[in-house]
Ligand binder design. Structure first.
Ligand code: C2O
Ligand code: CU
Ligand code: CU
Length: 468
């Protein structure tokens, strides 16, 4: 793939019926809706060469979420691209095959810029993935599809609404792949969905329901690519930024049936301080929105037509190694809490005051375990680490709903069994992740560690750390 030019621009679209909606998007070619936020396809080992031209009236970036890149190519707010500015990102794609994504990441403005639309998908391919695709025989764009899920708060004139300094920006409209009221006709047979939650704050709990009962779903991959073997689940938790690669068999329901992709209800645990839940004041900002944790329909699938021949799903998906034995690795505490003034903190620090100065340094080539510890009175935080893919090695003190998902030792659920770059840490939990910092870069590289609830991030629930 040759050089790509992306122009961050405000564009008029017809996303919602009736009146035009302004989106902020990455335009991948001249004019035309199909060029907004183009899905980029690369192979492991390729060089990705993207020049961003910022035509917005404020600074922005392109962050390559989940990719192992150096600081200069990470697109974090450390290197903003000013209005009218340009920046080239050029790096070798070193990650395993999987669904990654790119999005804006300027300090204090990430929530607004993603709500307005600055996000796209990046699919990485490799030999293992090609071998699996050959066995499954599901054509990309037909029976192998991305499902990019988001909620937006939209007013009566179809404008996307956002308020600075807001908390938890949830929305009253669901978009799947930028379409409202998403619906699709499927044939009775196996489909593969690359699901990603690109909402600002809403944690989803997707399940494929037929007459209210979940279809068994095979989870085959997570943020950092394929699992070693499929894991059968009824539903998943998909927090902002997380991905899940799933196989769903619509041949399991009668032709003519309707399957609903619904985010099931769950205990949102928004008990963020002793003075009570945040929910009432969040709902005032979001007329028509479903409260966090309440059931929300995302998409419908109408099953029609002739059954496709059955497909054998291999037991061995990839050569993913088992989680590492971390005995003797350096352990680091990552504490999530709220300060006296209601500001979110990581290790007692807030990015707005602490800023670009690294809160800690990690030695290149070292391996560390990080114990991410959430307060008992808190909310679930999707914690994301730039520049690496990590393994979850244990969950302790999990709430009952999470403990019930355990499928492996040490409290691990199915989604903990692969490589991940974002992990949901529930109130009271301690999630231990193992990180290998043997990066092929030299010199000091600064990265971000933050909550991917974008309002938390913008309110400073983010730290800079350095690999040296
Ligand atoms: Cu997806 Cu620091 O971000
Ligand atoms: Cu990221
Ligand atoms: Cu958070």
């Amino acid at each position: 793939s040759g050089p790509i030019r992306l122009q961050a621009a405000a564009v008029q679209t017809d996303v919602f019926a009736g009146a035009a909606t302004t989106l902020w998007a990455y335009q991948g070619c001249e004019g035309g809706k199909s060029c907004l936020n183009p899905t980029l396809h690369v192979s492991r080992g390729d060089t990705l060469d993207v020049t961003l031209h910022n035509t917005l009236a404020e600074e922005t970036t392109v962050h390559w979420h989940g990719l192992m890149v150096d600081e200069a190519n990470d697109g974090s707010g450390l290197h903003p691209v000013p209005a009218d500015g340009e920046r080239q990102y050029r790096f070798e794609v070193r990650n395993r095959a999987g669904l990654y994504w790119y999005h804006a990441h300027p300090h204090n403005r990430t929530g607004r810029q993603l709500q307005m639309g600055l996000a796209g998908l990046l699919l990485v391919d490799d030999d293992e993935e090609r071998a699996l695709r050959a066995k499954l025989g599901l054509a990309w764009g037909e029976r192998d599809l991305p499902l990019m899920l988001a909620d937006k708060q939209v007013d009566g004139r179809n404008a996307i609404v956002y308020r600075d300094e807001a908390d938890d920006w949830i929305g009253n409209r669901v978009l799947a792949n930028w379409s409202p009221e998403p619906a699709m006709t499927v044939t009775p047979g196996l489909y593969r969905f690359r699901m990603i939650n690109v909402a600002n704050a809403r944690v989803l709990r997707p399940a494929f329901l037929h007459e209210g009962a979940p279809l068994p779903v095979r989870l085959i991959g997570t943020d950092g690519g394929l699992l070693d073997q499929p894991r059968i689940v009824d539903d998943l938790f998909l927090a902002p930024a997380q991905r899940a690669d799933v196989l769903v068999d619509f041949g399991a329901v009668p032709a003519g049936a309707r399957v609903v992709l619904r985010s099931l209800d769950y205990v949102a645990m928004e008990n963020e301080d002793e003075s009570g839940p945040l929910a009432p004041d969040i709902m005032a900002d979001h007329p028509g929105a479903v409260a966090m944790g309440d059931a929300l329909d995302l998409m419908v699938f109408d099953v029609e037509g002739i059954a496709a021949p059955p497909i054998h799903v291999p037991d061995a998906l990839s050569s993913l190694p088992p989680p590492p034995d971390t005995a003797g690795w350096k352990a680091r505490e990552i504490r999530l809490s709220m300060g006296a003034d209601g500001e979110w903190l990581i290790n007692g620090l807030n990015f707005r005051s602490h800023g670009h100065h690294p809160a800690f340094e990690v030695k290149r080539g070292s391996r560390e375990v990080w114990d991410i510890r959430n307060n008992m009175t808190s909310m679930p935080h999707p914690i994301h680490i730039h520049g690496v893919q990590f393994r979850v090695v244990s969950r302790s003190i999990s709430p009952p709903d999470i403990r019930a998902r355990q499928v492996a030792d040490s409290g691990l659920g199915p989604q903990d069994l692969g490589f991940n770059d974002t992990v949901l840490v529930w109130p009271g939990e301690i999630v231990r992740v193992a990180i290998d910092f043997s990066q092929p870069f030299s010199g000091t590289q600064r990265y971000m560690l933050h909550c991917h609830n974008l309002e938390h991030e913008d309110m400073g629930m983010m730290l800079t750390f350095a690999v040296v």
